[in-house]
Design a protein around this ligand. Sequence first.
Ligand SMILES: O=P(O)(O)OC[C@@H](O)[C@@H](O)c1c[nH]c2ccccc12
Length: 258
Amino acid sequence: MTFLSNILIEKEKEVKILKEQYQQQNYRNIKQEKSMYQTFMESSTMNIIAEIKRASPSKGEINVEVNPVEQAEQYATYGANAISVLTDTPFFKGSIEDLRVVRNTVDLPILCKDFIIEEIQINRAKDYGANVVLLIAAALPKQRLKELFDYAYSIDLEVLLEVHNETELMIALEIGAKIIGINNRDLKTFTVDLSVTQELAKLVNRNDILLIGESGIRNREDVEKMMEAGVRGVLVGETLMRSENLKETLKDLKIEFK
Ligand SMILES: O=P(O)(O)OC[C@@H](O)[C@@H](O)c1c[nH]c2ccccc12
């Protein structure tokens, strides 16, 4: 049993309960003036998606006691371009409430980071104020991915479509993904290798695709590697969650495009 198949089983249960209990809330329906895609494409510096990540199955507890409001405020103040909120509870100790409080704190684009298998999760993400949802190519068959992808855009959400190998990348391109995240971490083995982004990015020779390098980014050198690989954004969790000086850490990661 891999982590991914385990969590998908967990999500089936969660969705079943959601279907019974969830009622549309419409707390906040934020329409960003500009899409994340557009802002990131126009930026002259590396775009940083700063993640609120309390724990993970590969690292255990990272920063469980974090105050998501303070963390998000600091991310925004020190130059993050978007915020990712891990809303999964059983494996990452996050919650959908984290998303709401972050939404009420910052105006940056917010990514709802979860393992989405059904439309109802997308509705809930929207309700709680997300602008972008994650879809993971390894988690679903192509047809289903495409349906969820189209559904998200139909309710004005953008999609970060995450891939980890060439087959998944081709699927993402066929589906018409505009924002593709290349995960350096293998969700089945947890191995992290920045060369995943370096290799896969080479296969995308289109300048209308926004590429994001995800996972295992610790310092400026890593961001430089990602930039040379051709990504316009990086998704950083653990490094920021463990940082004792977010001002310095974010400054270090934010580099100018050449
Ligand atoms: O903490 P890191 O190594 O900086 O990684 C952040 C982010 O990429 C990672 O949390 C992530 C990428 N894809 C995911 C899918 C599900 C859960 C988590 C993730």
